[in-house]
Design a protein around this ligand. Structure first.
Ligand code: FAD
Length: 389
């Protein structure tokens, strides 16, 4: 398995493709799959209704109607707070597509004991208020939703052209290229998830893989696959850099057995000898922001990334917005960890992460890990089918 097209070192990183695939399949993927199911990591809070700052007249904002229920948490009877699948009839959403709707589940116990300090890389205000909705991510897999056309295209165009305009010219610096590659890698991962869980037949509600779509959108452009691997290693580097902090954090949800399991899965995931033997420094952040213009450049790119984060409020499909916001927050958290001013030895004392940031970071790493695995396993088949040999 694997495609020989991708051999050698992942661009700008410190490990090769084969090592990444092996490390992912043997260590990261199995631990992450378990970790994201734990109560601590499966509930994410987000402001899901539109307040798009860029296109105020956008018809998308009427789509708030597709929400299942937005009552404040304290209005819910106890029994409503237990994980419960909503029936398909409850999930009527934009363009009548139930697969685009968010299935909300609440668990008030899962939200205690973390700070609420805004992330300078993202646009979200994380202070708890009535506008935030808690969502069970396990009930809302990232997959095909039918969101397409002008609205989706406009968001991607804005993300690329307003925020990374000079990438293709020779002018752009290494830091801007890295921002572009992170966004492109995330875009590839979203497309891979659409392809891996696609509505093949609407009449019979049959879901499955769409390898042609994966080829058309990702595989036929080797850069997009490379950017996916790059983004995966970049986020992995952030998680390993914050390993001591993450190992000492509290994963308290009021369920001692589950919480012990979460702590043990975190340790298993971050088990240093295994990671270090395979890929000691997945990405070397120390080489960035050098030179006189470093601080100014960092501010500029931070501003660009915040714009990308704000654009997620304009995504016109609720479930896509949920995963868009979560994954951009995850990337923003990786940027915050890698580019906070203090050296790694001070990290445990100085780093402060919100609960939501940690959830976003780990769920993003899991999504990227799933995409890398799918591309590695199914890529050759997709290429054979589509290229007709
Ligand atoms: P798009 O994927 O819309 O791409 C637009 C253009 O961007 C392409 O023509 C190409 O020029 C460029 N491009 C594409 N991929 C890359 C890449 N990896 N790197 C660099 N450039 C690239 N749809 C769902 O079904 N489920 C979802 O969960 C979902 N989540 C979304 C989240 C966000 C934040 C956004 C903006 C959209 C989401 N969508 C989702 C929509 C989906 O991403 C596509 O926009 C849609 O399926 C239409 O695809 P397309 O073929 O027109 O190309």
């Amino acid at each position: 398995m694997g495609t020989p097209k991708y051999s050698g070192m992942v661009e700008d990183c410190c490990c090769d493709y084969e090592t990444v695939d092996n490390l992912n399949e043997e260590v990261l993927y199995p631990s992450l799959q378990e970790l994201v199911k734990t109560p601590f990591f499966r509930y994410f809070k987000a402001k899901l209704w539109c307040d798009c700052p860029f296109w105020p007249d956008d018809g998308m904002c009427r789509l708030r109607d597709c929400s299942v229920c937005e009552c404040p948490e304290n209005e819910f009877p106890e029994s409503f707070k237990k994980p419960k699948r909503l029936s398909l009839n409850d999930l009527v959403c934009q363009e009548g597509k139930p697969e685009a709707a968010v299935d909300r589940t609440l668990d008030s116990k899962a939200f205690t004991g973390w700070t609420e300090i805004d992330n300078p890389w993202t646009n979200d205000d994380e202070t708890d208020n009535d506008e935030l909705t808690y969502v069970n991510l396990q009930l809302n897999p990232e997959r095909y939703t039918g969101y397409t056309g002008t609205s989706a295209r406009r968001i991607w165009d804005a993300v690329y052209s307003e925020n990374c305009p000079k990438y293709l010219s020779q002018e752009s610096c290494q830091e801007e290229k890295i921002l572009y590659k992170l966004i492109s890698g995330l875009h590839s991962s979203i497309s891979v998830h659409i392809a891996s869980d696609y509505l093949l037949d609407e009449a019979t509600n049959t879901w499955g893989q769409n390898l042609t779509l994966m080829y058309d959108r990702v595989l036929q452009y080797p850069d997009r696959v490379r950017n996916l691997y790059f983004t995966f290693l970049f986020v992995l580097r952030a998680v390993t850099k914050a390993a001591d902090y993450l190992e000492q954090a509290e994963y308290n949800t009021g369920n001692p057995n589950e919480d012990l399991k979460t702590e043990s899965l975190i340790k298993q995931l971050l088990y240093k000898p295994k990671l270090q033997a395979a890929c000691p420094v997945p990405f070397d952040e120390a080489k960035l922001w050098k030179g006189q213009s470093g601080p100014e450049l960092k501010q500029k790119i931070q501003h660009q990334f915040r714009n990308i984060s704000a654009l997620m409020d304009c995504v016109g499909c609720e479930k896509c917005r949920l995963w868009g916001k979560l994954q951009v927050l995850g990337l923003g958290t990786a940027l915050k960890i890698l580019f906070s001013d203090d050296g790694p030895e001070n990290m445990v004392q100085t780093l402060q992460l919100q609960r939501n940031e940690v959830i976003a970071l780990m769920n993003l790493l899991n999504r990227l890990s799933e995409s890398v695995k799918f591309v590695h396993e199914m890529g050759p088949t997709a290429e054979r089918i589509t290229e007709g040999h």
